[in-house]
Design a binder for this molecule. Structure first.
Ligand code: FE2
Length: 371
């Protein structure tokens, strides 16, 4: 089982990046409209009864390199139905672009992962793809996606859609990181799982020095693959000033799951402006956040007078700075949300913003009566 790919020599698995994220939804048709109109994704491919899939419907959405797949069961499904009953709408699968599915599957199983689906080829006239899946935290899975001369719109079985006439792109480019929330004292176990089973290492960043604060009420450790295109912060609840936002998530999600997906833009001002105009709701940033921003982050390219009305947060580390903003949960349960992020050298995940965020999230929790 020799693995020789010079580009990825430091990784034990032949993974390159996140290929797509699949969300299970109660009504994928309506959710797809939301992600197209509000978040700017285009519908690129479809699989359902019209294409020969009798039991479920999937919409493949894309914006630059970000692929989201929304799936709804048409009949009682032994996987999707209990997932939706337990968690509500949420992320099921963080799928990896992979150059050798057999090897990735064999190695992760050998190192202790639980199998969800053994390697198998799916094909249509546009080519073949080899898929296999293993379990991670909660009911979340990782699928290995190996394209074998496939040149279709998403995966075999999906039919291409005409150019999307209603999508309103906002400049989102690729996935920066995907955050998993786990329960009390489960972070180390999960980090060890990614270390030992996937060969991911601890991503040392500014955030690592003192992640647990009375404001954040969470502890977080980031694991990443060698090229750092796959970055997974893992959060667990911590004792803080008030109830941990991670604890609230785990309660409403009925266990661990994906907390947020961070998407890169190279112009956060125009991206947030467009998303707000298209109806996306973001966490509120207190006006006081901007009073001492300049002192905290030093010189930045953006005018604070432009950041402030959009609520954009800024955090600096020793490599540079980053700008970020979090949406409100994208479903009624306070579970999955989306982060918009622009990096200007900064490699942090926004620890410096926890206090400001905490104050904002606290107000949201209070409105829901969960404080
Ligand atoms: Fe994040």
């Amino acid at each position: 089982m020799a693995y020789a790919n010079p580009e990825l020599a430091a990784d034990i698995l032949p993974l390159r990046a996140v290929h797509h994220i699949e969300l299970f939804c109660g009504n994928a048709k309506q959710s797809a409209y939301f992600y197209r109109m509000a978040f700017g994704f285009s519908l690129v491919a479809y699989r359902g009864p019209e294409t020969g899939e009798r039991n479920k419907v999937s919409y493949a959405l894309q914006q630059d390199k970000i692929r989201l797949v929304l799936t709804t069961p048409l009949v009682e499904d032994e996987v999707i139905t209990p997932f939706l009953a337990r968690h509500g709408d949420g992320a099921r699968d963080i799928a990896f672009e992979c150059t050798d599915t057999d090897l990735a599957y064999a190695m992760t199983i050998e190192r202790g992962a639980r199998s969800v689906e053994a390697p198998h080829v799916v094909e249509d006239p546009r080519g073949r793809v080899k898929l296999a899946s293993v379990a991670t935290y909660g009911d979340t899975i990782h699928t290995f996606v190996e394209l074998i001369g496939y040149d279709g719109p998403f995966l075999p079985g999906f039919e291409p859609c005409p150019p999307d006439a209603i999508a309103r792109p906002v400049g989102l480019k690729y996935i920066d990181h995907v955050v998993g929330n786990v329960g009390w004292d489960e972070m180390e176990k999960t980090v060890r799982f990614y270390n030992e089973v996937f060969g991911f290492s601890r991503f040392v960043s500014f955030d690592d020095t003192d992640i647990s604060t009375e404001y954040s009420a969470l502890r977080s450790t980031v694991v990443s693959n060698h090229n750092k295109w796959i970055k997974f912060p893992i959060n667990e609840p911590a004792e803080g000033k008030r109830k941990s936002q991670i604890e609230e998530y785990v309660k409403f999600n009925n266990g661990p799951g994906v907390q947020h997906i961070a998407m890169i833009t190279d112009d956060i001002l125009s991206t947030i402006r467009a998303m707000r105009a298209q109806g996306v709701e973001f966490l509120n940033t207190p006006a006081s956040y901007y009073e001492d921003l300049q002192d905290r982050v030093g010189p930045i390219d953006e005018a604070i007078a432009e950041l402030s009305p959009l609520g954009i947060l800024v955090d600096r580390d020793d490599k540079g700075y980053m700008l970020q903003l979090f949406t409100k949960p994208v479903e009624d349960r306070p579970t999955l949300f989306i982060e918009i992020i622009q990096r200007k050298g900064g490699e942090s995940f926004g620890k410096g913003n926890f206090k400001a965020l905490f104050e904002s999230i606290e107000r949201e929790q209070e409105l829901r009566g969960n404080l």
